[in-house]
Design a binder for this molecule. Structure first.
Ligand SMILES: [Mg+2]
Length: 251
């Protein structure tokens, strides 16, 4: 699921630089960088929403009450539960059939996602390539997508090779549940622990900021999604940048 709200394309505004990645990229303390997907690494256009809502329709006979609903930074299971609760469905009943929706949606997005409607956001590829080469630096995901859905999106641009692990919608439904899941997998892979000050979350919504700060982790926010800088600033983002383009390249 993308965080799009059907507002169409948004030109990232130029944000007065708080600091750039220079502030942390060479910093030996940041050893685990956890990226959101939608609005941060890529954009999917408007194609994902219908696939998601139609899967709900098939199982529950309802798309839920989605008008005016903000998908921004929410996990896939959270979206299902909230939309159907708004339409009067019982929460426990929805949770009990969540897997049915997931099993319809995942094969569909894997089969039907059209890369021509998608966008790799500026600076993402060079940044990931640079971070991957940094010694003792580990890259992971923190995304509300169910894992196969998120990986289908990343596959359109060959980005899965950067991410062996992450926290996903299966670890939710609250986004704050995701960073600990990602960190636990990072520890298993790296064979070392990560203190909160060694971790950075990169995301595009106030929920990304919130899920990081819930665990004492800093958040770099980007305005390449649909959330304005002032909202991210009000949420307490530690850094705000208009895109990942060129960040860290001169570090
Ligand atoms: Mg996002």
């Amino acid at each position: 699921m993308s965080q799009e709200n059907g507002q169409g394309s948004v030109v990232p505004e130029v944000v007065a630089p708080l600091e750039t990645f220079d502030a942390w990229l060479p910093c030996p303390k940041k050893r685990l960088v956890l990226f959101d997907i939608d609005g941060t690494l890529i954009r999917c256009g408007r194609q994902v929403g219908p696939m998601f809502l139609e899967s709900m329709q098939t199982v529950f006979g309802s798309r839920g009450d989605w008008r005016g609903y903000s998908f921004s930074g929410k996990t896939d299971p959270q979206i299902v539960v909230e939309l159907l609760e708004r339409a009067g469905h019982d929460r426990d009943q929805v949770l009990g059939r969540l897997d049915e929706i997931r099993e319809l949606y995942l094969p569909r997005i894997e089969r039907e996602l059209d890369p021509d409607q998608m966008e790799l956001l500026p600076g993402v590829m060079p940044l990931l390539e640079e971070l991957q080469q940094q010694p003792d630096t580990h890259l992971g995901l923190v995304t509300g997508n169910w894992e196969r859905g998120g990986r289908a999106k990343l596959a359109a641009f060959g980005l899965n090779r950067f991410f062996d692990f992450g926290g996903f919608g299966e670890d939710g439904p609250a986004r704050a549940d995701l960073p600990p899941a990602a960190i636990e997998r990072a520890v298993a892979k790296a064979g070392r622990s990560f203190a909160a000050e060694e971790v950075l979350v990169v995301g595009d919504t106030a929920n990304d900021v919130g899920c990081a700060h819930a665990h004492g982790i800093q958040c770099l926010a980007v305005t390449t999604g649909f959330v304005k800088a002032e909202v991210l600033r009000a949420a307490g983002a530690d850094w705000i940048v208009s895109s990942l383009d060129h960040l860290g390249m001169d570090a």
